[in-house]
Every structure is written in C-alpha cells, then in structure tokens.
Write a protein that binds this ligand. Sequence first.
Ligand SMILES: Cc1cc2nc3c(=O)[nH]c(=O)nc-3n(C[C@H](O)[C@H](O)[C@H](O)COP(=O)(O)O)c2cc1C
Length: 185
Amino acid sequence: MKENLGDTNALYPLVTTLVGSVVDGKPDFATVAHVGIAHLKGITLGMGKIHLTNEGIKANREFSVSIPSVAMVEVTDYVGMASGKTIDKSGLFKVFYGELKGAPLVDDCPVTMACRLIEHVELPTHDLFVGEIVETHADVDVLTNGVVDLAKVRPLLFDMASKKYWSLGEPLAKCWSVGKGYSAP
Ligand SMILES: Cc1cc2nc3c(=O)[nH]c(=O)nc-3n(C[C@H](O)[C@H](O)[C@H](O)COP(=O)(O)O)c2cc1C
C-alpha cells in the first residue's frame, strides 16, 4: 500500500554542486543541488532569484559548476547557508579561469566545469538557467583511463527528505548491458 505524499518532490538524491559566477569583479558561489542534465553538454540549474550568484550569471551569461568531494562537506554547507550579499565568499577557494572569465573554476574541487548561459527562464520564485559546457577540468587522480571515476571523486549527494548529505555506495551493474539478460514476464 502507498501513501499519497501530495506534491512532494521525491527526485532525490541529487549531486551537490558549487555554482560560481563573477559579481562586481569577484567570484561568488552558491551551493546548488537542484542541477540537471538537459543533454550531454547541457546543464540546468534551479536557483532562487534572491541569490547573489544569479546576478553574476545574468550579467556575464557565464557560470561554473564544480563538484565538491565528501572531504569538502563543511565548506560546501557553509557556502549554502551564507549569501555573498552579507559575507565575502571570494576567498574560500583557490580559483582559476579558463576561456570564460565569468566562470570561476574551483581548484579545490576534483571536477569543475565552465558553462555559457544559453537559456534563462524566469519562474515566479526561481531562475532556471540552462548552460552549455565549454570546458571541464578534472584532477588527474580522479580519472581512470581518462574518464571521471565517481569512486575517486566521491561526490556529495543531497537528499531533501532527510536533509542530509549522503555518499555513494558500490557500483551495481553495467548500463546498456545488464538488461540484456532480462526475461519479460
Ligand atoms: C545542501 C544545499 C543545497 C542547496 N541547493 C540549492 C538549490 O538547488 N537552489 C537554490 O536556489 N539554492 C540552494 N541552496 C541555497 C544557496 O546555496 C544559498 O542560499 C546561498 O547562500 C546563496 O548564496 P549567494 O547569495 O551568495 O548566491 C542550497 C543550500 C544547501 C546547504
């Protein structure tokens, strides 16, 4: 038997990210878990309109998305509780820039991506940003055969129901493969 939970969004866990933009010449960051993949090169962000980071994204039409590891849980949570409107977050991370000068890349994170804004949809309370990935930088020690290895990145997973960060478990099966052995009833 199921219980009807009304309009509860149960699409968790999601990867916890640090979204960066440049505001008044300085990097600002927000912790953002409401991230999605529109297509292989396309990232979506659901961000409350009050955030300072949104100002930089709209002004420069560029932003960064970085993936903190479990070792960064405290600073990631801190970034998500304090607005750049009241504290200066520009010195929290070692930042570098690639081609996009409006996308502050976080060196402390094992994986960091620079995106160009290609679509901005204004929802009543939130900005929905759709970005196109321009460049991705990954620490060599989180790569296996040249691709990002989740077991080495150890991303933080976010769950709204428990309001907790979770970590990844073990890999289960190969995609586009395990289903080949399935026998339809
Ligand atoms: C775990 C976690 C996840 C969050 N996810 C989102 C999110 O998906 N969208 C959003 O608008 N804010 C999210 N926030 C809140 C922002 O990170 C927070 O309000 C931040 O202070 C905004 O900073 P800014 O004003 O400097 O941009 C999250 C916070 C935490 C702690």
